[in-house]
Design a protein around this ligand. Structure first.
Ligand code: FPP
Ligand code: MG
Ligand code: MG
Length: 386
């Protein structure tokens, strides 16, 4: 505990953990094929926010101090060896040889550069879960940038631009494969099911996004279902990974059922807030600040929260939504209507509601630096500019 008056950064402890995360992720992605190795690791080079792993680590610490489940020992925790690198001989990879996979086979013996004794409130399986969440997220970005025809990501050239669509898609698949192996090695069927469901949910969310509304018409009208459809899509595309990985962190820590549910509720609400803010920033922040092109959603034909709220007050947006802002002048006109409405403010207000619900979800957790960190993540989500 810091003396009174000196503020403690609740994210400091996990910050140390995060330093090793990228190194570990890169070791999980080692491939004997030099080009695949390069493309697969491409998005691990630039600075990501590591929001998902950070949340998993904080949730692991915060739930370690909360009530535990009286869990039977049918599935005992995996021995540490099952968490070692993925390049062991059990991966029957004909083009891999131990030499080329050297960086995929870290020396974890005491005294080595990987000799990292992390926070005692984080289990090795939870640390690995944090890495898995980043792998799945990064895989979805590789695919997303192909779908969205993106040219930049994390303030650099996107992988599809740098290496082409084919390699970007295959690299994403490779990440999912390695994430799945790492997941299987946690030897926890419930956690495996959760994260496998996340992968399906990401695709379902992306499919829902191919349409702006449930109505498949040229002139859709704003109804009570419009926002529900958007929120369902938002859960699948963004909040599913965050909520289910928070839940998985609590499960791996053998938390009591009400703690597991609280972890899930926190992740669900924070995830929804996060994407609402993301959709708001697309209207309010410059490309330079964002590290990726701004104002892209309309260009991509997407009607996100700021536009949907504007549509409620401006029915003339219907036909533009129906044709995905595809006619000359549509994007400009829609943008002006959004700026004249209070769509951006309503989006921010809804995001704040979810952020507040996330904080409320963990209010019963015993006070700790990790809990303060989880609360701070909600505040940061609301204040972020990129
Ligand atoms: C970013 O959204 C993308 C996602 C949150 C998920 C994308 C999911 C897929 C492409 C389905 C395939 C999934 C896997 C696991 C391979 P965005 O385009 O709104 O954000 P951006 O501005 O960061 O590009
Ligand atoms: Mg995109
Ligand atoms: Mg997208």
């Amino acid at each position: 505990k810091a003396p009174p008056g000196i503020s403690v950064d609740p994210l400091r402890m996990v910050g140390k953990e995060l330093k090793f995360l990228t190194k570990n992720i890169r070791s999980l992605l080692g491939s004997g094929h030099p080009m695949l190795d390069k493309v697969a690791k491409y998005y691990t080079r630039s600075e990501g926010k590591h929001m998902r792993p950070l949340l998993v680590l904080l949730m692991s610490q915060a739930t370690a101090l909360a009530p535990q489940a009286a869990r039977s020992s049918i599935s005992p925790p995996p021995p540490p060896s099952s968490l070692s690198s993925l390049s062991s001989s059990s991966i029957n990879d004909p083009i891999s040889s131990p030499q080329v996979l050297v960086d995929a086979n870290p020396d974890t013996s005491p005294g080595s550069k990987y000799d990292f004794i992390g926070d005692e409130n984080i289990l090795p399986s939870q640390r690995r879960l944090a890495e898995i969440t980043e792998l799945i997220h990064t895989a979805s970005l590789l695919h997303d940038d192909v779908i969205d025809n993106a040219v930049t990501r994390r303030s650099a050239s996107s992988a599809n631009l740098q290496f082409g669509n084919k390699m970007a898609v295959l690299a994403g698949d490779f990440l999912l494969g390695r994430a799945s192996v790492a997941l299987a090695r946690l030897r926890d069927p419930e956690v495996t099911e959760l994260l496998a469901t996340v992968i399906a949910n990401l695709v379902e969310g992306e499919f829902m996004q191919l349409k702006n509304t449930a109505q498949d018409e040229a002139h859709p009208v704003f109804t009570d279902d419009t926002i529900d459809y958007y929120l369902q899509k938002t859960y699948l595309k963004t909040a599913s990974l965050i909520s289910k990985s928070c839940r998985a962190a609590a499960l791996l820590g053998n938390s009591a059922p009400e703690v597991v549910d609280a972890a899930y509720a926190y992740g669900r609400n924070l995830g929804l807030a996060f994407q609402l803010v993301d959709d708001m920033l697309d209207y309010t922040v410059s490309a330079v600040d964002l590290g990726k092109p701004a104002g892209q959603d309309l260009e991509l034909g997407l009607a996100t929260a700021p536009l949907l709220f504007a549509w409620k007050q401006n029915p003339e947006l219907g036909p533009l939504v129906g044709r995905k802002f595809g006619r000359e002048g549509d994007v400009q006109r829609a943008r002006e209507i959004v700026y004249r409405s209070n769509g951006v403010e309503q989006t921010r207000a809804l995001a704040q509601e979810y952020a507040d619900k996330a904080v409320a979800a963990i209010s019963h957790f015993p006070d700790s630096e990790a809990k303060a960190g989880l609360i701070e993540m909600c505040e940061k989500t609301m204040k972020r500019r990129k």
